[in-house]
Design a protein around this ligand. Sequence first.
Ligand SMILES: [Zn+2]
Length: 160
Amino acid sequence: MRAAYRVRLVANLVNGSTLFGVLVAAAGRARLARGRDGLLIGDRYRLPVPPAPAFTLGNVIMTRIERDALLRQEALLAHEARHATQFAWCAGLVMLPLYFTAAGVSWVLTGDFGSRNIFERRAGLADGGYADRPLRPALARCAGWAGRAAATRPRRHRQA
Ligand SMILES: [Zn+2]
């Protein structure tokens, strides 16, 4: 295992996010098994929330599908592994309110929880099955006006 993955493994053990993931896996009656790079995969997750086909808590990747089917989806697995790294960078469960705030901002801007969510963008939008949606039309018009106003504003020059 690469040193970075070893650090992620230890960080998410110490910050409690992996333990939380194991508890959620138990609540969702997921079957836990070892994945690569120090990750755990909980397949056959049965709770209705979150509605995503896969999600990550600490070093635990949860999915509703079979483990082997997830392992064949390299892009989605890489996306979820990046979320595990994000948990380590965010000192664990602090990531959850940050993530939900980012999802809310994304929804306000685009009508989609992932498009402008910094966590999803950094994990790879396409790998996670998200579309890169444009700003809502009213916001795009405001951004257009602001951009044109800034471009036409006379510049002040300092005089010595
Ligand atoms: Zn994601």
